[in-house]
Design a protein around this ligand. Structure first.
Ligand SMILES: Cc1cc2nc3c(=O)[nH]c(=O)nc-3n(C[C@H](O)[C@H](O)[C@H](O)COP(=O)(O)OP(=O)(O)OC[C@H]3O[C@@H](n4cnc5c(N)ncnc54)[C@H](O)[C@@H]3O)c2cc1C
Length: 378
């Protein structure tokens, strides 16, 4: 496997790195304190192609491959977890589902405004009683006339309260799902409760409520009752993005900890000279690098059309746990200051924790990998 990045991939990475350092990171703490996504950022995100990462150029997107998107997500994660998660849900999940399953007319209808940043997109799979077992939903789709009536509540939806468009799944019979594109303002479709979270405070997480919401046949994405297959494909790519985002978070914590350890003196020496500090720094750097190899391998497999589902699970599992471990160790290196909001590390610790849960928990990734082991052992 080759890890020579093309010049165009590095150029995109560098542009996003500059934007992250100049425009996102300096405001991350303020946005977190405000507890809301800064919608005023949308035009700049769109300008940089960040709202249509994989959308083809003829539909207004950046047309990037999976490896370049992984590079982008790491840079965004290094700048701020909340902005990165907002962009991940918009691109990998909402747009990702359209790219996997929408027909040409739907792509022309929905992708250009999403890529232009007219509004954010959301992807609503989870429900109050169905998370890991995502197909065991309570929501219901009923056929009526030329369309459908949707009822149910979607839980934990990133961008749910601020999105102008959502891909919504609902139960279409015993362990069957259908998916629909629904615009904000559609009668019977509204945001519900906004969740108060441990971290990622500038990323909106809300319920979405469907109450006799009528949608047309032309709004159904993919085959009737077959959306779960599309969901699995969406999540496979999404997991690469979450792995990359987590690496960015870990990298940002490590950068802060290295600088701090060189400057902080105890017992007459910089703490960076103590072996126990070095050990933490070394473990973080080594495991983040290993995570990056797994993430980029999964992305490279996706880009050359090879199966990448298990590789994506390994990448997400390892990279997100490495990032959380790294962030925690970095907080420890900062001692009492690590616990204060004066440094970004405590926020990163809180933000990184979600990456082990969203888009399939670590346990779910282990199930995917174990099933693959069982298959290859037989
Ligand atoms: C901030 C945030 C943003 C999110 N954004 C979105 C979004 O945009 N769209 C969306 O649809 N969803 C979203 N989610 C939902 C997220 O994907 C789910 O929370 C996640 O999949 C886990 O589901 P659950 O919370 O219902 O946990 P559960 O499935 O109830 O799991 C509880 C625990 O049991 C474990 N478990 C479950 N099944 C097994 C098993 N078979 N073996 C071993 N252990 C098991 C889990 O790993 C976990 O530890 C978001 C969640 C959060 C917190």
């Amino acid at each position: 496997m080759q890890f020579d990045y093309r010049d165009d991939q590095l150029a995109v990475r560098d542009a996003v790195r500059d934007f992250g350092r100049g425009r996102i990171a300096p405001s991350a703490e303020k946005w977190s304190e405000n507890g809301a996504f800064p919608l005023e950022l949308l035009p700049e995100l769109a300008q940089l192609g960040l709202l249509g990462l994989a959308v083809p150029a003829d539909l207004g997107g950046a047309g990037l491959d999976a490896l370049t998107i992984a590079l982008v997500m790491e840079e965004l994660g290094a700048a701020d977890g909340s902005i990165a998660l907002t962009i991940a849900a918009h691109n990998s999940l909402c747009i990702g589902h359209l790219l996997v399953a929408a027909n040409d007319e739907q792509k022309r209808r929905w992708l250009p405004p999403l890529a232009r940043g007219d509004y954010l997109g959301a992807w609503a799979l989870t429900e109050p009683s169905s998370g890991s077992d995502a197909i065991a939903v309570q929501s219901r789709v009923v056929r009526e006339g030329n369309g459908y009536v949707l009822n149910g509540t979607k839980q934990f939806i990133t961008n749910g309260g601020v999105a102008g468009f959502a891909v919504v799944t609902a139960g279409a019979g015993e362990r069957k799902l259908s998916a629909f594109g629904v615009l904000r303002g559609t009668r019977g479709f509204r945001p519900g409760k906004t969740e108060k979270k441990m971290g990622l405070h500038a990323s909106d997480t809300s319920q979405l409520v469907l109450e006799d919401c009528r949608v047309g046949e032309r709004d159904r994405i993919g085959a009737d009752g077959e959306a779960f297959n599309d969901v699995k494909k969406v999540l496979d790519r999404g997991r690469i993005g979450i792995g990359a985002l987590a690496l960015g978070l870990g990298r940002a914590a490590l950068g802060t900890a290295i600088g701090y350890a060189k400057g902080r003196r105890q017992f007459g020496r910089p703490i960076a000279e103590f072996e126990m500090i070095q050990w933490k720094l070394v473990r973080a750097r080594t495991q983040l690098d290993a995570g990056r190899l797994l993430v980029h391998r999964a992305a490279a497999l996706a880009d050359c059309g090879k199966p990448f589902s298990v590789a994506a699970s390994k990448a997400k599992l390892y990279a997100t746990e490495a990032a959380s471990r790294a962030a925690n160790d970095c907080l420890q290196i900062l001692g009492g200051y690590g616990y204060l909001r004066d440094y970004p590390v405590e926020r990163i610790v809180r933000d990184a924790r979600l990456m082990e849960i969203g888009e399939g928990t670590s346990e779910v990734q282990r199930i995917v990998i174990a099933r693959d082991l069982a298959r290859s052992a037989s």
